[in-house]
Design a protein around this ligand. Structure first.
Ligand SMILES: Cc1cc2nc3c(=O)[nH]c(=O)nc-3n(C[C@H](O)[C@H](O)[C@H](O)COP(=O)(O)OP(=O)(O)OC[C@H]3O[C@@H](n4cnc5c(N)ncnc54)[C@H](O)[C@@H]3O)c2cc1C
Length: 421
């Protein structure tokens, strides 16, 4: 079944409604409404707002049964932003479907079930997924933190654990990886675990949270001062960190690390590896780089003039440093903007622009209203850092939503999750 070609405006098909795909569609609408026909395809009818997944995986509900149901609904809604909340379907064709392949010669995208979408311009923005480095049994015995369902599963499993396990027995939660996701999750988890221990009438000292990190520092890519501050903060929260320790095998109730030592776990959350979407492996006539990302030129094009790759699934060199850009929301947003600009240049017969990017800095929340913000060599931590992190969240919401909706989502999420701190 092929979508008909009656409309003769150039068709832009965007694969993936993440930060890159949404930003690209929004910029095309902003700068060329009516000039192109935009189709946005995703397996979900919502955008997964990753920066709040660690909150979703550790949020606490209270009150009546009915109240709890509402709170679950609100929490989910805050990390799963419906695409109809972002786009007017009059302007963007929203397609729910699993992308299976692309034929670059006939300019067609194939969806599971047989639907075919023809395109004049294509943006591939399929993001990334959890990667296990071939570590034995890791996938089988661990939870990833890459989808809404992952976050809800982690939350519910930990909740159940506190009420199921004999109060005399210890609870062991192991986090694989001390990168940004592992660090912020472990920090927030301690608050959640304390509440659960109180509710389940367990001794708080019987809960053990351990980060297993292969290198000798946390937060790769951050300034050394930030890495040290993060380590101290986690120590204060009683999170144990095992540096220079590599997970080599996993059993149902323990992880086996370098040297053969066994570390018990009731739940293991793996945050240490990502690679580009496995859908890309079906593509032919393209080059792959580190983490199975698509190689792009300085204009973000694949070896086909009318095909661009944006966000986590593209391997892009930061022109300022000559190294690969980290897989972050700001980089994805910027890719989306450039892809939109270059599509319009192509359509109008103009010269294309080279991608440039200036890394704005970051913030990493570590438990409660406490975060470290690093911005152009300056570091702030504590409550001020947390406030900086909230401003960054607002920026992320603004990158995908119109201003009033972004403000609403931001305030709602801030107030909702503040109760957990
Ligand atoms: C837990 C977590 C927390 C994070 N926190 C931060 C943070 O605080 N700050 C920051 O800068 N970065 C953060 N990141 C990284 C950041 O979220 C990513 O770099 C960013 O989301 C990449 O955007 P993207 O558009 O490339 O991909 P994504 O946002 O991953 O979007 C890809 C889209 O493609 C869809 N898709 C994939 N395959 C298919 C298919 N075959 N068919 C149909 N649809 C498909 C997916 O459903 C998804 O909607 C975090 C990541 C995680 C996992």
């Amino acid at each position: 079944m092929q979508d008909n070609k009656k409309n003769n405006k150039p068709k832009v098909v965007i694969l993936g409604a993440g930060f890159a795909g949404i930003r690209c569609a929004r910029n095309l609408l902003k700068h060329a409404r009516g000039e192109t026909k935009i189709t946005l395809v995703d397996q979900n009818m919502y955008h997964t707002f990753f920066p709040s997944l660690y909150e979703l995986a550790t949020f606490h509900v209270s009150g009546t049964k009915e109240g709890k149901r509402n709170e679950f609904h609100i929490a989910r809604e805050m990390s799963a932003i419906h695409l109809k909340n972002i786009f007017d379907e009059k302007h963007v064709d929203l397609v729910k479907g699993i992308i299976e392949n692309v034929d670059f010669s006939t300019q067609e995208v194939f969806l599971r079930g047989g639907r075919i979408l023809p395109y004049d311009y294509l943006v591939i923005a399929l993001g990334s997924e959890t990667f296990y480095y071939g570590i034995k049994n890791l996938e089988m015995f661990s939870y990833g933190l890459k989808t809404i369902d992952d976050a809800m599963n982690i939350r519910d499993t930990i909740h159940e654990l506190f009420f199921r396990k004999d109060p005399q027995e210890d609870i062991h939660i192991v986090v694989g990886g001390g990168g940004f996701t592992g660090t912020e999750f472990a920090g927030e988890l301690m608050g959640y675990a304390r509440r659960l221990a109180r509710m389940a009438k367990r001794n708080e000292s019987k809960t053990h949270i351990t980060i297993v990190e292969a290198s000798s520092f946390l937060l790769p890519g951050a300034m050394e001062r930030v890495q040290v501050l993060a380590k101290e903060r986690l120590k204060k929260l009683h999170v144990r960190i095992l540096f220079n320790t590599r997970i080599e095998d996993v059993e149902k109730d323990c992880v086996i690390v370098s040297g053969g030592k066994k570390i018990p776990h009731d739940i293991l959350v793996w945050t240490a590896g990502i690679k580009a979407s496995s859908t890309l492996s079906h593509l032919t006539g393209v080059d792959f780089k580190e983490k199975s990302c698509l190689a792009v030129n300085t204009k973000l094009q694949l070896p086909y003039e009318n095909v661009f790759a944006a966000g986590d699934n593209s391997y892009c060199i930061d022109p300022a440093t000559g190294t690969a850009l980290p897989l972050t929301a700001p980089a994805a947003i910027s890719h989306g903007e450039y892809a939109a600009r270059n599509i319009l240049h192509l359509a109008r017969g103009e010269d294309l622009e080279d991608f440039t990017f200036s890394f704005p800095g970051f913030s990493v929340p570590i438990g409660g209203k406490w975060a470290i913000a690093q911005y152009k060599g300056f570091v702030i931590c504590g409550f001020l850092g947390w406030f900086g992190k909230e401003l960054v969240m607002l920026q992320y919401f603004l990158s995908i939503l119109p201003f009033p909706k972004a403000l609403f989502h931001w305030l709602r999420a801030m107030v909702f999750y503040m109760r957990n701190d």
